[in-house]
Design a protein around this ligand. Structure first.
Ligand SMILES: NC(=O)c1ccc[n+]([C@@H]2O[C@H](COP(=O)([O-])OP(=O)(O)OC[C@H]3O[C@@H](n4cnc5c(N)ncnc54)[C@H](OP(=O)(O)O)[C@@H]3O)[C@@H](O)[C@H]2O)c1
Length: 406
């Protein structure tokens, strides 16, 4: 271990999550000491025995608590904020997202959005409804920021997301700029206020080196995570194989044809750690340089990708015009999963404790192209770009090795 690595102490907030666990992994692989923070204090399974990794159970929403808990450690030098303020999985499972119904409501309502003022009202309403979560996210961030203040602090990294560009809103509600892939520049694209803008604005005013990375759907795994696309798709494919039914694409034909982008959790982690080592951006005029897209860069349509996933899991792919509610399929196949889990000695036999059954429906509801330019990260020297299929297969293999998927 070099002297430089030896003197680093990293803090990963949300270190047990999809993004956070990959960041802990990337740091530990470099022999950097890491404190992995979450409420549960759970460590990523692969890292439980790792000598560089220590867990710290702490609710970062409780003001002052992290500061008190950190007092037994040497001063932190690097922070990686991969917190997610989502409600617990069990609660959200009860609200199935029926993309078909939501689309039809949007279709009927779309003329209404064209009336003067209505679109602006809808955006404000969405911002108001997500306001409480956004504030919670910001409070967590500010508590962490204050807890780590010391002369030793060198870098603050944040896992941001597509909300920065407003990609979560349908074009009927929010007319995105047509130029895709989306690139990081001084123009804010998404409607605000939102949690990411609050954090960016805060960091911009501080005397600290920082980087907010903007991933697409993150491909990794964390038990019961809210957004875990790869695991959800793997569970679906395996259930189709076991029950001998077609592997039907849940979205509609429109969503199957538009361009998608994904980010491997490993790539995200490598990019963030790389930016902490190489990305020396001052505050002030170059502020927007502290934003960095990170995704595969090899855009794909699900129409092309679906048969490849089907090949991998040896199932028969199919599409339908309107799609269907995959969440309902998952609910109806909970017993089939338990049986399968017992048969193959899998770690998790309760499907509801493994994935958020409504996430794929939400992800594939998106029938507008939300793809990210990788030009900036490439021009700064970041070189790790696994293709989308490679990244998906990588996670599938990992899930198998961890006995999560047979
Ligand atoms: N996953 C994706 O596909 C995706 C895509 C784009 C952007 N993002 C963004 O990336 C960020 C990280 O998301 P993720 O998917 O990696 O999240 P995640 O898998 O749900 O993990 C969230 C982490 O935060 C911890 N946490 C939650 N509340 C906490 C609290 N009060 N105190 C301390 N720790 C807490 C959780 O552990 P405990 O529950 O044990 O506390 C967990 O370790 C979010 O901003 C998300 O919007 C995610």
């Amino acid at each position: 271990m070099s002297g430089k690595e030896k003197s680093k102490l990293a803090l990963v907030i949300g270190g047990s999550g999809v993004a956070g666990s990959a960041i802990v992994d990337a740091l530990a692989n470099r022999n950097i000491k890491v404190i992995c923070v979450s409420r549960s204090g759970r460590l990523p399974a692969k890292l439980v025995e790792h000598p560089c990794v220590e867990s710290l159970a702490c609710d970062v929403l409780e003001e002052g608590l992290l500061k008190r808990k950190l007092s037994k450690f040497p001063p932190v030098t690097h922070v990686f904020f991969a917190y997610n303020a989502s409600p617990s999985v069990k609660t959200s499972q009860m609200n199935l997202f029926d993309a078909k119904k939501a689309r039809s409501l949007l279709w009927w309502g779309s003329w209404f959005f064209r009336l003067p003022g209505v679109r602006a009202y809808a955006i404000k309403d969405i911002a108001r409804k997500s306001g409480a979560d956004d504030i919670r996210y910001f409070n967590a961030f500010e508590n962490v920021y204050k807890a780590v203040q010391s002369p030793a602090i060198e870098f603050f990294g944040v896992v941001s997301g597509g909300k920065h560009y407003g990609v979560h809103l349908p074009p009927e509600v929010y007319a995105r700029p047509t130029e895709v892939p989306l690139s990081e520049d001084a123009t804010r694209r998404g409607p605000g206020p939102n949690n990411y803008f609050l954090v960016e604005d805060y960091l911009r005013k501080q005397e600290i080196r920082y980087c907010c990375v903007l991933p697409s759907y993150i491909l990794g795994h964390a038990p019961a995570a809210m957004y875990d696309l790869a695991t959800s798709l793997a569970v679906y494919a395996v259930l189709c194989r076991e029950c001998e039914v077609e592997f039907q694409y849940p979205g509609n034909m429109e969503s199957a044809q538009c361009l998608y982008d994904v980010t491997s959790a490993k790539q995200l982690a490598e990019c963030l750690v790389w930016s902490s080592e190489n990305f020396f951006i001052a505050n002030g005029e170059e502020d927007m340089n502290s934003l960095l897209n990170v995704s595969g860069g090899d855009f794909f349509t699900w129409h092309d990708m679906w048969p490849r996933l089907a090949d991998f899991y040896e199932v028969i792919p199919s599409f339908s015009q309107d799609g269907f509610c995959l969440g309902e399929f998952f609910l109806n196949h909970r017993d089939a999963w338990s049986t399968l889990a017992t048969k193959h000695n899998l770690k998790e036999s309760n499907l509801l404790d493994l994935i958020d059954i409504s996430f794929v429906d939400k992800a594939l509801y998106v029938s507008w192209s939300c793809i990210y330019s990788s030009e900036k990260a490439k021009s700064l020297g970041f070189t790790y770009y696994p293709g989308a299929l490679e990244a998906l297969k990588d996670v599938f293999q990992d899930l198998k090795e961890q006995r999560i998927i047979p």
